[in-house]
Ligand binder design. Structure first.
Ligand code: PBG
Length: 323
């Protein structure tokens, strides 16, 4: 008889047998930066996650450094929106100021910036609209590349386009290279699904589309093969890190991509996954270990990097020996 329980007898042997462990280096922590001063405000849809104004970023950066979370994914929420999202590539836009601030205060922090237009357009879509409301792919590419360049100029280490336009990696790579930013990396939201799990984020980033949905650019959640084509395209265009998003309901996709592509791969535990777990834990429906279980599952499925709203809290729990 196979007696698997021999190696589960006590905590020490169980720890010795662990195949997957999380470490702080696995994590990327999303940061939301808003206009204004002296703002640190909890986001109602994301318990434990805050909006920061630029002048209050030190607090969270200090904590991140203390606990070893040395990578952030930056989102800017502008005060002014228009049809072409002009604040997204403004030299003095909210995200550009935040990048400069973070790199000045904490040069080792890896600043990864979300490159998209939905927080910046008055219609809330991720690109430039045709008259009939369709997001025009090739017109949008010019803007996406321009936004990425402005982030690189402000000091971003890695740009992360989340718009799902065809050809965006190539458009960004060539504009960055032409301007001498050959060392700026690109993390592609390569397999990004049109998901209801982004709900809490859209509240947090004021980025919900004012009409329709994102199904004409983000992927259909019924599709698995298509992810291979999307990731392959990003790789051909010169992406450095690939990503699958969301994570928990897409572990099959993550596993497929991790097996097939020998590229660094990130998974995004998105707002809805985090909020769902967090609220269930807060209400006593789930034990708090459910969060770690979910994060381990993401790594077990093949993620090298995990973008998570829990990153900082998790790093604290590792360091304080609670995890
Ligand atoms: C911007 C963007 C979104 C997320 C990351 N970048 C929202 C969307 O595509 O609607 C979602 C992140 C999350 O839910 O945590 N396009």
């Amino acid at each position: 008889m196979y007696r698997g329980r021999r190696l589960r007898k006590n905590a020490v042997i169980r720890n010795m047998m662990k195949e997957i462990t999380l470490q702080v280096e696995d994590f990327i922590y999303p940061l939301f930066v808003v206009e204004g001063e002296n703002i640190k405000e909890e986001i109602s849809t994301l318990p434990g996650v805050f909006h920061y104004s630029c002048d209050r970023l030190e607090e969270v950066l200090d904590e991140m450094c203390r606990y070893g979370v040395m990578a952030c994914l930056l989102f800017g929420i502008p005060a002014h929106k228009d049809a072409c999202g002009s604040q997204a590539f403004d030299e003095d836009g909210i995200i550009q100021r935040a990048i400069r601030k973070i790199k000045a205060y904490c040069p080792q922090m890896q600043v990864i910036t979300d490159v998209c237009m939905c927080e910046y357009t008055d219609h809330g879509h991720c690109g430039i609209l045709d008259e009939d409301g369709y997001v025009n792919n090739d017109k949008t590419l010019n803007y996406i590349a321009k936004i990425a360049l402005s982030h690189a100029q402000a000091g971003a280490d890695i740009v992360a386009p989340s718009d799902m336009m065809d050809g965006h990696i190539q458009a960004i790579r060539s504009l960055l290279d032409t301007h001498g930013y050959v060392t700026t990396g690109i993390m592609g939201y390569s397999a990004k699904y049109a998901s209801s799990f982004y709900g809490p984020f859209r509240e947090a980033a004021h980025s919900a589309p004012s009409f329709g949905d994102r199904k004409a650019y983000q992927m259909d959640y019924a599709n698995r093969e298509e992810a291979i084509r999307e990731v392959s395209a990003d790789i051909e265009e010169g992406v450095d890190i690939i990503m699958v998003k969301p994570a928990m309901a897409y572990l099959d996709i993550l596993h497929d991509c991790a097996q097939r592509f020998h590229y660094p791969i990130a998974a995004y535990q998105v707002s809805g996954e985090y909020a769902m777990l967090k609220l269930a834990i807060q209400n006593g429906l789930l034990h708090e270990d459910a969060m770690q279980e979910s994060l381990i599952a993401i790594k077990r499925a093949g993620a090298k990097l995990i973008i998570s709203y829990e990153a900082l809290a998790y790093a604290k729990s590792i360091k304080d020996g609670i995890g």
